[in-house]
Write a protein that binds this ligand. Structure first.
Ligand code: SAM
Length: 248
């Protein structure tokens, strides 16, 4: 059917592409990709060859809308993909969808791989309510502001982070939110997939101990702000344990 299809692609494990995503990509008359060269590898893998492709990234999204709209109006099907995971989620696509929707172009979203959701599946932190915060700012002042405002809520917060910045982010978080729980999800769906669960204050030295721990791709999942109550319970447990040790 003629429409703009939003198609998630794997975040590391090729097996994670859905049957529906393969079908949509096979039937597409035009594929709009964040990086056409990068996406050719995936398309080759699933046997999609020769489909017309255009690039669609942060710097040309708006111009691309015209081409996409024309293709759909003449009966074509357009698939939008990004380098990995779900388009629009810390990836290009939002402006295309917004402009297409305004011009009554049919938009069909497909569910599929997304690093944020995969990390929540792994972290073991509350998932009843969470905030997706995307990438943190690079500048120190903004970084600190963002960390303190975003994590002040009683919900879990999910951050994307680049490997070259993860140590610094850990250090800053340890200053601002030392008692929060964190799960660092590394290399999700890949060979070296790992979860590092601890208090934020323990993270900087943990990362320093072994340089492999800062290699690859990361999602940082920060638990809700610890409540007074939970801190009091922790203190009571410590007191009780000390007594037990003294009397044994
Ligand atoms: N659209 C993608 C999605 O749905 O997750 C996210 C794209 S964003 C440009 C890339 C960031 O996502 C990485 O810097 C990392 O924080 C996170 N990410 C992507 N793949 C990952 C993986 N396999 N393991 C851990 N984090 C990943």
């Amino acid at each position: 059917e003629s429409a703009l299809y939003i198609v998630p692609t794997p975040i590391g494990n090729m097996q994670d592409i859905t049957l529906r995503a393969i079908e949509v990509l096979k039937n597409a008359t035009l594929i709009a990709a964040e990086d056409t060269r990068h996406s050719k590898l995936l398309l080759d893998h699933i046997g999609v060859k020769g489909t017309r492709m255009i690039s669609c990234h942060d710097h040309n999204e708006e111009q691309r809308v015209e081409i996409i709209k024309n293709e759909i109006e003449k009966g074509g099907a357009v698939a939008l993909i990004s380098d990995a995971g779900t388009p629009l989620i810390s990836d290009p696509g939002y402006r295309v969808v917004s402009l297409c929707a305004k011009q009554n172009v049919k938009v069909v979203p497909l569910p599929g791989p997304c690093a944020a959701i995969t990390a929540l599946e792994m972290a073991g932190l509350p998932t009843d309510s969470f905030l997706f915060a995307g990438f943190l700012p690079v500048k120190d002042k903004e970084l600190r502001e963002k960390i303190s405002t975003l994590t002040a809520n009683s919900v879990t917060t999910v951050f994307y982070e680049a490997p070259r910045r993860v140590k610094n982010t850990a250090k800053v978080m340890a200053e601002i939110i030392p008692e929060h729980d964190i799960c660092v999800c590394r290399e999700l769906t890949k060979a070296f997939e790992s979860a590092y669960r601890m208090k934020v204050k323990e993270l900087p030295s943990f990362l320093e101990e072994d340089e492999n721990r800062t290699r690859g791709e990361f999602v940082l999942v920060v638990g809700p702000a610890p409540t007074k109550e939970s801190e009091e319970v922790d203190e009571k447990v410590v007191v009780a344990l000390k007594k037990l040790i003294e009397t044994s």
